[in-house]
Structures are given as C-alpha cells and as structure tokens.
Design a protein around this ligand. Structure first.
Ligand code: UDP
Ligand code: MG
Length: 314
C-alpha cells in the first residue's frame, strides 16, 4: 500500500475470555498500524471476561496510551460490545477484528485500500473457514438465506474482520445479536457494501463462544432486521395489508351466510362459518397492532444519513 492515503484508524476488539491471544494480537496490530495508518487507537471491549483478559489489556495500556479499554461489568454479548465500540471510536476508519487471532491483522491495509475504491463498508469473506463442520454448514445456510432475503449480495455476513468509514458505525445501532446483520443494516441505510476474501485460522487459544444452535435465533433476527429497516416508518402498510386480507375473506364468508339468512334458510353453525368469524377477529387484532405500531413509530425521532448536505451559500 505504498501510495494509499493514510487514515486515522480505530480498531475495535470485542474480547470475552481471550487471555491467550491478546498480547500477540496487540503486537501484530500495532506493527501493522504504525506502518499503514496516520494515527491509531486499539479499543478493547472487555465483555465481562472472567479470565485475566482485562488485566492483560490494562498492562498493555500502561505502556501504550493508544490502547483504550471499555470493560463491561458482565457478559453482554458481541453485539453490545461492538455497539459501545462504535460509539466511542474516533478514527476516520473503523476496523473490527475478533480477539482470538482467527483473523489476520495483516489484511487490514488491503481492506482500507478497498474502501477507497468507493465503499463505505468492506466485509471479510472467510473463503476457507477453519472451524468445525457443525459451524460451517449452518453458517452457509445462514448466509444464503440472509443474502436472498435482504438482497445484499455477500457470501459471508458474519466475518469478525470488517472495515468501515466512520459514518457507518456512527449510524447503525447493533443490539441483541444483530452483529450478524451489520452489512444488511448498513446496506439498507444506503451505504455501499464491498466484500474481500480474507484468510482464516484455527483457534489457538481459548474456546469458541458460539455454537451451531444459533440458527433459529438467526431467523428471528433476520425478521427483526427486515422489519425495523424496511417497515419501521409505515407499520400500518404492513399490518394493514394482512388485516385487509383477513377482513375481506372473513367478510365474504359472513356475507354468504347473511344472504342465506335473508333468503329464509335457517342458520346453523358450520366449520366455514367459524372460519369466517375467526378471520374477522384476526383482522381486528392485526389491524389494531398496526395502529399501535403506527403510534409508536410516529413518536420516534427520525434521523437520516446523508451522502451530501450542502445548503449554505458560500
Ligand atoms: N465475544 C464477545 N462476547 C461474547 C462472545 C464473543 O466479545 O459474548 C468475542 C470473542 O471474544 C471473539 C469474538 O467475539 O473476539 C468472536 O467470538 P468467537 O471467536 O467465540 O466466535 P466464532 O469465531 O467461534 O464464531
Ligand atoms: Mg473465533
């Protein structure tokens, strides 16, 4: 990266019981950043570690003030850790990397160079992922479904190694376990998303915090993401449609029985009649939920992300 522009870089490192790898990670990151960045900070987010991770990070900071520490009182999860890091980051470029040395810090300059090609977020793609098959296969399915449902064409949504322009991390909020959907959240905000193949290594120290059991939660999270990003301003458009369908179908059925009654044919309860009534009840319920969501939505303060905002006469 000889001629590439140098940026100030914040590296965010979510850390949960990673005592074995922190010193080596620190050394490799620092060497790389001293060569390629104009200035840098290493923002360790200690996510309630119960091993000596925090002590190690403290020691690093004693010798190097570019090491910053945010330490949670308990384990909140990777998403809250990243979110807190996003809020505190000062660099023009923000990089996230896992603390377990499964990613290669040496790839960061190339990712930053790729941002300069016109992207706001460059996401790593663990082409050759070094994890047990119980993780790689569910993750393939997850990536396929997420890509198809979101329209964001990536192979790997959940790579720990990502590079962002500052605007992106100040814009998106990552809570719960939404870190798996960061490219979707950013993509739907209009940010330009790129992908770059990165190498991946087996875990040398410590244990993985995530297993294969996340698939179902992942599906719920996907629904959440689709909903909060696409529908949040007009919830009644979504709920209203469903309510309308049930109301129309139930209404037709009831109309049929009403006509029978008018024509003097006695009424008796039939399965179809029950269906018609239930559909009306469901329509009212879903419609009311839509109205409630609309009230909630209208009371939210809206903020927008801009590509340009030049309105003053100079
Ligand atoms: N992590 C965290 N909080 C958690 C779980 C994980 O900060 O509750 C960090 C962890 O220390 C690591 C990164 O998130 O730096 C990725 O976790 P892990 O390596 O266990 O996930 P995997 O690579 O196995 O998917
Ligand atoms: Mg890992």
């Amino acid at each position: 990266m000889e001629n590439a522009r140098r940026y100030s870089v914040t590296v965010i490192i979510p850390t949960y019981n990673e005592e074995g790898s922190l010193e080596e990670l620190y050394r490799r990151l620092t060497t790389m950043l001293e060569e390629s960045a104009s200035a840098h900070e290493l923002l360790f987010i200690d996510d309630g570690s119960t091993d000596s991770s925090l002590q190690i990070i403290r020691k690093l900071r004693e010798n190097d003030r570019r090491v910053k520490i945010i330490s949670f009182s308990r384990n909140y999860g990777k998403s809250p850790a990243l979110d807190e890091g996003f809020k505190a980051a000062k660099g023009e470029i923000v990089v996230t990397i896992d603390a377990d040395l499964q990613d290669n810090p040496g790839e960061i300059p190339a990712m930053i160079a790729k941002l300069d090609e016109g992207y706001d977020l460059v996401s790593g793609w663990k082409r050759d992922r070094k994890d047990p098959i119980t993780k790689t296969w569910p993750s393939k399915l997850f990536n396929f479904v997420t890509s198809a449902a979101s329209g964001i064409k990536l192979h790997d949504f959940n790579c720990g190694l990502k590079a962002y322009r500052r605007d992106v991390v100040k814009r998106i909020r990552v809570y719960g376990e939404l870190h798996r959907f960061i490219p979707v959240l950013a993509g739907w905000e209009g940010f330009r998303i790129g992908e770059m193949k990165v190498s991946h290594f087996e875990r040398k120290y410590g244990r993985s915090k995530y297993g294969a059991s996340r698939l179902l939660n992942g599906m719920f999270d996907l629904m959440t993401v689709m909903f909060i990003t696409r529908r949040s301003t007009t919830p009644l458009h979504f709920f209203g449609r469903i309510a309308f369908f049930f109301f129309a179908a139930g209404g037709l059925i009831n109309l049929y029985f009403f006509m029978q009654w008018i024509m003097g044919e006695g009424l008796h309860v039939r399965p179809l009649m029950v269906l018609g009534l239930i559909m009306i009840v469901i329509a009212i319920q879903i419609g009311s939920i839509g109205l409630l969501a609309e009230m909630f939505s209208s009371s939210l303060e809206r903020t927008f992300s801009f590509r340009e905002y030049e309105i003053d006469d100079q």
